[in-house]
Design a protein around this ligand. Structure first.
Ligand code: AP5
Ligand code: MG
Length: 209
């Protein structure tokens, strides 16, 4: 099952994809997580990505398409994958088509702007394993500490209010056109992302099966 998760920043893509990936036993591939990992290691790619991400802009298409194509050629993707945050531009979606990577469904998560801002400003992410929490809606057992690996929870660099606004603007301009792109191809499934996490994930499982 080859899936794409589409939706604005803060819609819950990473939260839903990490849970669905476990349920379906397929890898959850987040381009944002890949870039953040490279940024942590301060590689050349990480430095390049940081210069875009920390301003709320998109990393250039050529760089991103190459990374995803390479990742999808790894053996664990043979039984399927969830792409979270890719494609994010028409050029990236064309890149997938040109590579003849077949997609079964594109889930488009619908969440209002006020909720998106609350979700992003209250999000906390594990420094080591990337697990996602929220200070109100998804609290860790011990404040500031990851339930899974015991590391510190931090706020992302791109979570400052002015950068959140830029990310939402970039989403409208560059990514929202993908809704029509995939609707025209008969792949789009609109999903209400403003419901309890387990309800959303159960619905995804029932649609897929
Ligand atoms: P990326 O990391 O992909 O960020 P994003 O798309 O902006 O989305 P987020 O990760 O902020 O939100 P999400 O939808 O995953 O929500 P989450 O599950 O965390 O990308 C970051 C940057 O990298 C981009 O800005 C860009 O610069 C670059 N980049 C990445 N991909 C790229 C590409 N393809 N091309 C070019 N550049 C690229 O949830 C948010 C919060 O809400 C959490 O705290 C969570 O606990 C909570 N929550 C989630 N669901 C619920 C719910 N149902 N109920 C209550 N709380 C919930
Ligand atoms: Mg995410």
């Amino acid at each position: 099952m080859n899936l794409i998760f589409l939706g604005p920043p803060g819609a819950g893509k990473g939260t839903y994809a990490s849970r669905l990936g476990i349920r379906l036993d397929i890898p959850h591939i987040s381009t944002g997580d890949i870039f953040r990992e490279e940024m942590k290691k301060q590689t050349e790619l990480g430095k390049l990505a940081a210069s875009y991400i920390n301003k709320g802009n998109l990393v250039p298409d050529e760089v991103t398409i190459d990374i995803v194509k390479k990742r999808l050629s790894e053996p664990d993707c043979e039984k399927g994958f969830i792409l979270d945050g890719f494609p994010r531009t028409i050029a990236q979606a064309d890149g997938l088509e040109h590579a003849e990577i077949k997609i079964d469904h594109v889930f488009n998560f619908l969440v209002g702007e006020e909720v998106l801002i609350k979700r992003m400003s209250g999000r906390r992410t594990c420094k080591r394993c990337g697990a996602i929490y929220h200070i109100e809606t998804l609290k860790p057992k011990t404040p500031g500490i990851c339930d899974k690996c015991g590391s510190e929870l931090v706020q992302r660099e791109d979570e400052k209010p002015e950068i959140i606004k830029d990310r939402l603007r970039v989403y409208e301009e560059k990514t929202a056109p993908l809704i029509d792109y995939y609707r025209k191809r008969g792949l789009l499934i609109d999903t209400d992302g403003d419901r309890p996490i387990d309800v959303v994930v159960d619905e995804l499982v029932s649609i897929i099966q």
